[in-house]
Design a protein around this ligand. Structure first.
Ligand SMILES: *Cc1c(COP(=O)(O)O)cnc(C)c1O
Length: 298
């Protein structure tokens, strides 16, 4: 069975009227609209994994994530719509389930809670082998969908990016999505890391970049707002203002921090005034549940 998005991504212009400095064009690629439950980049990263799984006639997926992980939620939903079983190896124990974990269970995901210590072994082949035998040899997807299928799947996002954009911005977690985009476009790509010290991702992903094409990319980590998953009142105010101006809902963990960073970079003159910048909305709106009462949108 082929899985198709509910809605095609589209481009939307971003209002720069309140910006102190402007660029020739600032647009957003709305990947957040493609599916109610598998929004944004997760769709593309998981697509090829599901395809491979089906090709190998494996009926179960296993992956990893924390209690608020967009990847875990997306995997549960995508397995569900593809008729596959799923197992989520969850970092830490929870007395009460987070909305994300509740969503995973509602989508038929079997949750396997492990200690922080055990979770650290998630990429250790011996541990993976033990998990595989325990769960009857599922198809294993690393945390964040960070594998070859994920990177190749993310290249498809480039189909929605017109050639005349000189710059592309994307939020990075594992950097998998950014690699796909860098490998499939000619534009200058900036990755915005939403965690402290996240600029190291730039070096981590280097091995996956097809250097023959001389793509230019950097990862910036100035706009972490206290760390991964953390937010401030200023960030939430920015999200509400951005929504009022553009009618675009941003997520607190990734895309809001990226857009703040983009605005700041434009303000500081880091992009030339003739730049045509495309910002990718990677989705992740389920991550707003913890600040829902402070937002003017859902
Ligand atoms: C998971 C996620 C990312 C990070 O994607 P990577 O491919 O791991 O870099 C970015 N934005 C959103 C909204 C996400 O959910």
């Amino acid at each position: 069975m082929d899985i198709i998005p509910e809605q095609q991504p589209f481009l939307q212009e971003i209002d720069q009227s309140l910006f102190t400095r402007k660029v020739a064009r600032l647009s957003m690629l709305r990947l957040d609209v493609i599916h109610k439950h598998v929004s944004g980049n997760k769709w593309y990263k998981l697509k090829e994994n599901i395809r491979l799984c089906q090709q190998k006639e494996i009926i179960k997926l296993l992956t990893f994530g924390g209690g608020y992980s967009n990847h875990l939620a997306a995997t549960a939903a995508m397995a569900n719509i593809s008729g596959l079983q799923s197992v989520g190896v969850v970092r830490g124990r929870y007395d009460t389930l987070t909305p994300t974990l509740r969503f995973c269970i509602d989508n038929g995901m079997q949750l396997h809670f492990v200690s922080f210590e055990e979770y650290k072994q998630k990429d250790n082949p011996t541990y993976i082998h033990e998990l595989a035998s325990q769960f009857n040899y599922p198809f294993i997807i690393p945390e964040g969908g960070a594998n070859e299928e994920g990177r190749v799947g993310a290249e498809e996002i480039a189909c929605y990016i017109p050639d005349d954009f000189t710059h592309i911005t994307v939020s990075v977690g594992t950097g998998t999505t950014m690699v796909g985009i860098v490998n499939a476009t000619q534009s200058i790509v900036t990755g915005f890391a939403p965690m402290k010290g996240g600029a190291y991702i730039e070096g981590e992903v280097k091995q996956y970049i097809e250097t023959a094409k001389h793509q230019s990319y950097t990862v910036k980590d100035l706009w972490h707002f206290g760390g991964f998953g953390k937010s401030t009142n200023d960030l939430i105010t920015f999200m509400n203002e951005f929504y009022m101006q553009n009618n675009i809902p941003l997520d607190m963990v990734y895309t809001a921090k990226m857009m703040w960073g983009v605005k700041d970079c434009i303000h500081k003159g880091e992009y030339p005034t003739n730049a045509k910048i495309l910002c990718i909305h990677t989705g992740g709106l389920q991550g707003n549940s913890s600040i829902a009462e402070k937002l003017i949108y859902k």
